[in-house]
Ligand binder design. Structure first.
Ligand SMILES: *Cc1c(COP(=O)(O)O)cnc(C)c1O
Length: 379
């Protein structure tokens, strides 16, 4: 049976992680690691379904975390792999735990570095880095642009303190989002121009995330040559920490049509919510793809799909189908592994979708189910 037919039989709403699709992404990323001689880390903020961490560990060098909890998750669930962390600001009470868990700790400012460096013991094996803000990015959505005016993310050249670098072994920049190697090339030019003179004294440079490496049209040869160039010129190790590229197209969200109504057009209410289960649809915003659908008006039956919450804007999008929709029909959203499972919420008392794993051999395994208690416990 085809995999879509298999997952359409699962109770809804549910996320389904597609193990084979994940493996395909990991193989591409591992190939880059080998050819470029760099380290690739999973950015857990995009995808932290740790049932897959043993698999990911077979291909990648480790993970990066946005703070203590993600770092802890990696330390528990991905053994013997590197753990890096970056946070805009660390708390005093977290720092000793981070020192125990992490291989690299990246600071967002010289004030944070100066605050914490006194607490580092002489025999500490953790490497410390600074996030720089090169002031160059090609991201047009402001909410995702770390180089926007007055951004709090990273140290600009004006605020860089070259006299305070003792104990710092690397620099980190993260300025990309769903972009290609050509964007990286232009970004590196600015990074080198502004911060290159400091790189000669560093052990590593972290290129951050936002590299769309596992997209079919991505120019991996260019990425590999850029990494090699930086490695050779400055004698540094290079790290990349993609989230999307690990989990892109590696999951589904399966939903059931609950009702079909009309107000100027056909409306369908489904048992999944954009606001609760795929918040990037509203935040990014984007229109997720549904298997066997087209954009409005292409196929004979067009519907505006919305969630069962009270939010007027809980609209997933307009889709057309070859047959009319009726209650009970299953719809399958694609590319729902990344930035969905990690971001969901129970607004309106919405149930959280169960998480299933579609294994490479075609069998399905229930990973987690959620119920009323999960909603109540957070309130
Ligand atoms: C978001 C983020 C990433 C991962 O970004 P993707 O777009 O998912 O590849 C990596 N590093 C940092 C610092 C980030 O904020």
């Amino acid at each position: 049976m085809d995999k879509i037919e298999i997952i359409k039989k699962l109770p809804t709403p549910c996320y389904v992680i597609d193990e084979q699709a994940l493996i395909n992404n990991l193989e591409i990323l591992h190939g880059v690691e080998e050819k470029a001689g760099c380290h690739i880390l999973l950015a857990q903020k995009a995808f932290s379904s740790y049932c897959t961490y043993p698999l990911i560990a077979e291909y990648l060098s480790g993970t990066t975390a946005s703070g203590l909890f993600e770092a802890k998750l990696a330390s528990e669930e991905m053994k013997d792999r590197q753990i890096h962390v970056f946070s805009p600001a660390y708390k005093d009470e977290e720092f000793d735990q981070l020192i125990d868990i992490c291989d690299h700790i990246v600071f967002n400012s010289f004030s944070q570095w100066k605050h914490f460096r006194n607490r580092i013991s002489k025999d500490c094996s953790v490497q410390f880095g600074l996030r720089i803000n090169p002031g160059y990015s090609e991201i047009e959505t402001e909410i995702y642009n770390p180089c926007a005016a007055n951004s709090r993310l990273g140290i600009t050249l004006e605020n860089f303190e070259p006299d305070e670098l003792e104990g710092i072994s690397g620099l980190h920049f993260h300025t990309m989002c769903e972009q290609g190697a050509d964007t990286l090339e232009r970004t590196l030019e600015v990074v080198e121009k502004k911060f290159g003179k400091y790189l000669y004294n560093m052990k590593w440079l972290n290129f951050g995330g936002g590299h769309h490496i596992s997209k079919p049209d991505y120019d991996t040869d260019k990425l590999i040559s850029l990494v090699k160039k930086i490695r050779e010129k400055y004698d540094v190790e290079v790290f990349l920490e993609p989230g999307e590229a690990v989990a892109i197209n590696a999951g589904f969200l399966v939903t059931t049509v609950l009702d079909v109504t009309r107000n100027g057009m056909e409306l369908a209410i489904v048992d999944t919510s954009a606001a609760c289960h795929m918040p990037d649809v509203l935040e990014m915003p984007y229109r997720p793809f549904i298997i066997s659908s087209e954009t409005a008006g292409v196929l004979p039956y067009t519907y505006r799909l919305g969630g069962p919450t009270c939010l007027a804007g809980d609209i997933i999008g307009d889709y057309s189908f070859s047959k009319p929709l009726s209650p009970g029909d299953r719809l399958v959203f694609t590319d729902m592994a990344m930035y969905s499972i990690v971001k969901n919420n129970t607004f309106n008392g919405m149930p959280l979708p169960a998480i299933w794993l579609l294994k490479a051999d075609g069998s399905t395994k229930l990973i987690k189910e959620f119920g009323y208690e999960d909603f109540k416990r957070r309130l």
